[in-house]
Design a protein around this ligand. Structure first.
Ligand code: AMP
Ligand code: ZN
Ligand code: FE
Ligand code: FE
Length: 283
């Protein structure tokens, strides 16, 4: 069984339509793929419908924008009730924060000598309800200012970069609670990627498990080197939580994140699905 639990479609900042992503996941030899777009469930119905035709299993998920100690932390939620009011309201707030950030980012880019109109960004956003920095990066590429998304982040958009503007994100512990209230499983994405280990220490992860019943965290992810993966694996085992693996596929939007480049073991996957709490769902 090959199981990839974290991917993005063009419904957030990936480049494949959900059905296209599912087709490629099947071609890549995956048996299970989770679609986890940033702060939206909008691609899930299309992905599940495509799966029904191709024989691959699609897990419904989301990657929630949260914050801990002033740092951005991504929280994966698997199988929550998508109509749960608390979770839905929180996701709407986050998407609103994404919208409000656009104007100040464009102001900064103009001051930096790389002006973009809102329209130029909207073209890249397409129909996505979850506008992200990668869309702004794509507009910079399209305008000829940079060669690719990576250069756009390195020069302008990365955390702490000259055109980076923070936006609203839910407090991490509250995000975990919201996913749990909605009956989902909460897994921290790439916890020690891009310097997050500064705040998200072993002690903090331990406390999130004991006090907030965090279900686990990603171990095998491209943002983690081999030593980091080994340390996270030991920690997950010691805490008795789920250590997952994933590609964090973004289509052509991210290099070195091919579908199935990291996978979750069948054993961890069965434990994860066993943790999904049945919640009362309206017909
Ligand atoms: P946003 O959600 O709009 O704040 O943008 C965050 C997304 O941008 C992440 O999910 C990554 O896909 C991407 N990203 C963040 N930092 C970088 C970076 N330094 N280089 C390339 N992509 C990045
Ligand atoms: Zn992304
Ligand atoms: Fe992420
Ligand atoms: Fe992601």
């Amino acid at each position: 069984m090959r199981i990839d639990l974290h991917t993005h479609s063009a419904v957030s900042d990936g480049t494949d339509a959900p059905a296209e992503l599912v087709r490629k996941a099947r071609e890549a030899g995956l048996d299970v793929v989770a679609l986890t777009d940033h702060d939206t469930f909008d691609g899930l119905d299309e992905a599940v419908a495509a799966a029904g035709r191709s024989g691959i299993e699609v897990i419904r998920g989301v990657e929630l924008s949260t914050r801990f100690g002033g740092q951005s932390v991504h929280l994966l939620g698997y199988g929550p009730d998508e109509r749960h009011p608390g979770l839905a309201a929180e996701m709407e707030l986050i998407r609103g924060g994404r919208e409000m950030r656009l104007a100040p980012v464009l102001d900064r880019l103009a001051a930096l000598g790389v002006p973009l109109s809102e329209e130029q960004v909207r073209v890249q956003v397409g129909g996505s309800p979850s506008i992200g920095r990668p869309h702004i990066a794509d507009a910079l590429v399209e305008a000829g200012y940079v060669a690719d998304r990576k250069e756009a982040f390195d020069r302008f958009l990365a955390d702490g970069g000259p055109a980076h503007v923070p936006r609203y994100a839910v407090e991490l512990s509250r995000g975990i609670e919201r996913i749990h209230e909605a009956g989902g499983v909460a897994i921290i994405a790439h916890p020690w990627g891009r310097g997050r280990d500064r705040n998200l220490t072993e002690a903090v992860l331990t406390r999130l498990v004991s006090e907030h019943r965090l279900d686990g965290f990603e171990v095998d992810h491209q943002d983690h080197d081999l030593e980091t993966r080994a340390r996270l694996r030991r920690l997950a085992d010691r805490l008795g939580v789920l250590g997952t693996g994933s590609s964090d596929y973004h289509g052509t939007g991210k290099v070195d994140h091919e579908l199935g480049c990291n996978v979750t073991s069948y054993e961890v996957f069965t434990q994860l699905t066993a943790r999904l709490r049945p919640v009362a769902r309206e017909a």
